[in-house]
Design a protein around this ligand. Structure first.
Ligand code: ZN
Length: 396
């Protein structure tokens, strides 16, 4: 996800890239222990299988040529064509693709066809989560924000695990394409949040939901249907967003402006027509303005109208426009500054397109900056989750 603490503002956020003590008693907390914390009906929901005992599978290295695990180096020749399991001790150092993580659990090396392999950490969900919270939130943020984020991140990861267990060798990655994961961390507030919410997830009709979240919604909620995909699992009340303005509306961080060469942006959209399977992108010959053409039930743009010089109008999904505008295209210079959200308008100014918008990320579900404001105002993590995931069941 687009983490709150991976952006660039005046509170030391890092550039974009979407925990111990500590409380873990007796080493790894097994998935079975996670299940024990759930209610009987939650443990065996009619529509979902129980959690795999190996728990969350985090891909921490993609297409690796070698990996160093506790001073032992593995490469494809050692690996052969079958997956290899590597047992590790708690707090083991793993170096892959130039990144170092300290991790616990076990490591699976999965060979790929291109003479590389994927490095996948299997770790219990409760032990996984502190490293997510440390990557997603600022360390100085409110403990209640951490608790709300812990439930959202747990729901997101477990939902993906159940969806992907028979389809893929990993559930999540360790970066913004799913949720950040820093490995074992010693951030006390993260561990306390995970412990306080141990086993609690968000459900709809007893099924654990993919509890999407983003750094800032910009004031108005997006729906998963508009901003993620039209999958049936996204057409549920908790992922339709809340009515009314969010607490983040009062924050300066909520708004952004940038300029793009109108010609290069047009060429970038053209180039994305095939890769994104949006043929109309190829037909755009100029960009004069970009304005909302349809809004969702909360007032946020769902689609954008791209108006060309000769008044021809192309209507596209707002999220598709943002993704295309942020895509690196080999024949063009990479965008110097990415569009931070799809909640935007644009108008021509000379040869440039002036773009202004609200929010950071897709705007679905929990808004990290908004949650921090709500926590500061004294709201409980349960109330924060009830606001961002309307009518979701919050249970253990
Ligand atoms: Zn917000």
């Amino acid at each position: 996800m687009d983490a709150a603490n991976t952006n660039n503002d005046n509170c030391n956020r890092r550039e974009f890239v979407l925990a111990s003590g500590l409380f873990v008693v007796g080493g790894l907390v097994s998935c079975n222990e996670f299940e024990k914390t759930l209610s009987p009906e939650a443990v065996k929901p009619k529509s979902q299988p129980p959690l795999d005992p190996t728990s969350i599978r985090v891909r921490i290295g993609k297409n690796a040529e070698k990996v160093t695990i506790a001073n032992n180096t593995f490469n494809k020749s050692i690996l052969g064509n079958k997956p290899l399991k590597v047992e590790i001790k708690p707090n083991t150092k793993v170096i892959v693709n130039g990144k170092t993580k300290t991790t616990s659990g076990l490591i699976m090396l999965h060979p790929n066809k291109n003479n590389t392999f994927d490095v996948v950490l299997h770790v219990s969900v409760e032990q996984y989560l502190p490293g997510v919270l440390a990557g997603e939130l600022f360390a100085h943020w409110h403990p209640t924000t951490f608790a709300a984020q812990a439930v959202a991140a747990r729901s997101y990861a477990v939902n993906l695990h159940l969806e992907r267990i028979t389809k893929s060798h990993f559930d999540v990655t360790d970066g913004p394409s799913s949720q950040m994961f820093l490995g074992d961390v010693t951030l006390d507030v993260a561990h306390r949040a995970v412990q306080e919410t141990n086993g609690i997830v968000l459900r709809w009709n007893k099924k654990i939901i993919p509890a999407y979240y983003s750094a800032c919604c910009g004031g108005l909620a997006a729906t998963a249907y508009d901003a993620i995909s039209s999958a049936e699992s996204h057409q549920i009340t908790p992922l339709q967003g809340h009515s009314g303005k969010d607490k983040c509306t009062t924050l300066k961080i909520r708004s952004w402006n940038t300029e793009r060469s109108a010609r290069l942006l047009r060429r970038r959209l053209n180039a994305c027509a095939n890769s994104m399977n949006i043929p109309s992108f190829a037909d755009i010959r100029s960009i004069h303005s970009v304005e909302p053409s349809a809004i969702n039930q909360h007032g946020r743009p769902a689609t954008l109208a791209i108006t060309c010089r000769r008044k021809k109008v192309y209507e596209v999904r707002a999220i598709d426009f943002m993704h295309a505008a942020n895509t690196n295209v080999s024949a063009l210079p990479n965008p110097q500054r990415k569009l931070q959200s799809s909640f935007l308008v644009g108008k021509k100014a000379g040869s440039n397109l002036e773009l202004s918008g609200h929010g950071m990320g897709h705007g679905v579900g929990l808004c990290q900056y908004g949650a921090q404001e709500l926590a500061g105002a004294g709201e409980s993590w349960q109330n924060i989750l009830a606001w961002y995931y309307p009518k979701a069941e919050i249970n253990s």
